[in-house]
Design a protein around this ligand. Structure first.
Ligand code: HEC
Ligand code: HEC
Length: 358
């Protein structure tokens, strides 16, 4: 029986390491952030501001108690910061209270009539509307290429979209964003446009389409052969046909786009080929739900994905970053089963060998 005990201890230990310790270590590397289930209602925005205000209040009390020299100007600076934060909190509360009041479900036909305000910058390919500019010209004008809106109604949360049209910076939770607010008119008109976007949304979207719409204007994916301006063209090395020159020209265009994007964002957004291996599931979902929660001050916008939209994006990141995962997961149980059966057989054999000898 001793052998079986040793075996079971080894098995249990391995399982604990695999399912317990590793994910736990991952979760400890990042601060805990509450996940709101991809609901966009301003809750985390308000909580983050409350927390900042609390911290500054503590700092002011500390300064007052310290009794050091020239604390007056230091306190005045902190108080100025405090007042700015309080004003921001009021503004944030007011904004989301208005958004939370907008009734769901607009008039898609009225929205269709109003979409002209959008296709000045965005394409809607599925409706035969090409983007008015190529990505490089768009980046020169706005810093980033406005995404095609064919899939927007399927990927983004309805309330988020209404908030985004009213005030892109509030919705995306960033300091600046190239799309102006109020283009859709009042909240009712915004709801109509969102209803139109939902009405044209395709039933099925591939993981790659989800990634391209939601992330692809900012993030490349080398393993997926995606650059911010499109797929890497398939060219063969052949100087005679001039195809090398095409590949070179494409690279130059990508570099040009990335330069403008880095300027707009403050830095070039990282390639996401293997992010799925570098970051835990918990980090990714809370980060995408609200980038400010994990990286305060970041320029990456909250994009407003629904749960389904997020899952699509993640499955693309899994496809490119960990292509052998499905295979590995499928073979895992077989390998384990083999070991169990093999151990039982070995144990039986061992017993039978020793039977007459004891
Ligand atoms: C002046 C150009 C311009 C106009 C007009 C415009 N947009 Fe945009 N839009 C942009 C840019 C630029 C971005 C990308 C901004 C970024 O990612 O920082 C964007 C982003 C978006 C996004 C993506 C939001 C997300 O969650 O990532 C949606 C949806 C959108 N626009 C919808 C609309 C709709 C609907 C209209 C019409 C009411 C419209 N836009 C009008 C420039 C424009
Ligand atoms: C408008 C541009 C933009 C869009 C759209 C965008 N990102 Fe980002 N992203 C950034 C920038 C800029 C950074 C760098 C953030 C920083 O360091 O402050 C970043 C960083 C990241 C990181 C790295 C965070 C870290 O440090 O670990 C991840 C993961 C990420 N983005 C995922 C996504 C996903 C997934 C999407 C689509 C759902 C997306 N991003 C859409 C601009 C963008």
């Amino acid at each position: 029986m001793k052998e079986l005990k040793v075996l079971s201890i080894v098995v249990i230990f391995t399982l604990v390491l695999y399912w317990g310790v590793e994910p736990f270590a991952h979760s400890q590397m990042h601060k805990h952030v509450e996940f709101n289930g991809f609901a966009y209602n301003g809750k985390s925005d308000i909580e983050q501001l409350d927390e900042k205000i609390k911290k500054i209040n503590e700092e002011i009390t500390e300064l007052k108690n310290s009794g050091g020299k020239d604390i007056k100007t230091k306190i005045a600076d902190k108080e100025k910061e405090l007042n700015e934060l309080k004003a921001k909190l009021d503004d944030t509360k007011k904004f989301w209270a208005e958004i939370n009041k907008v009734p769901k479900g607009g008039d898609a036909a009225a929205g269709k009539a109003a979409i002209a305000a959008c296709v000045a910058c965005h394409g809607i390919k599925s409706q035969g509307m090409k983007a008015p500019m190529d990505p490089n010209a768009a980046a020169a004008a706005y810093g980033v290429n406005p995404p095609d809106l064919s899939n927007a109604g399927a990927l983004y949360d309805e309330k988020f979209l209404i908030a985004f049209l009213k005030s892109p910076t509030h919705a995306a939770h960033v300091k600046k964003l190239a799309m102006p607010g109020g283009l859709a008119g009042d909240d009712k008109n915004a709801a109509n446009i969102v209803a139109y976007l939902k009405s044209i949304a395709p039933k099925e979207i591939t993981p790659k389409e989800a990634f391209v719409t939601a992330c692809g204007r900012c993030h490349a994916n080398r393993y997926g052969k995606w650059t911010q301006i499109g797929d890497v063209p398939k060219t063969k090395s052949n100087i005679k046909t001039g195809q090398d020159i095409d590949a070179l020209k494409f690279k130059e265009k990508v570099a040009d786009y990335q330069g403008k994007l880095a300027n707009y964002m403050g830095k070039l957004p990282p390639d996401l080929s293997i992010i799925i291996r570098a970051r835990s599931e918990d980090f990714l979902k809370t980060f995408v739900e609200d980038p400010q929660s994990q990286l305060p001050g970041t320029a990456m916008p909250r994009v407003g994905l629904t749960k389904e939209g997020y899952e699509k994006v993640i499955s693309y990141l899994e496809e490119t970053g960990d292509p052998s995962k499905p295979k590995r997961e499928a073979t895992g149980p077989w390998v384990l089963g083999f070991f169990v059966i093999f151990s039982l057989l070995a144990y039986g054999w061992y017993k039978s060998q020793w039977k007459g000898l004891k």
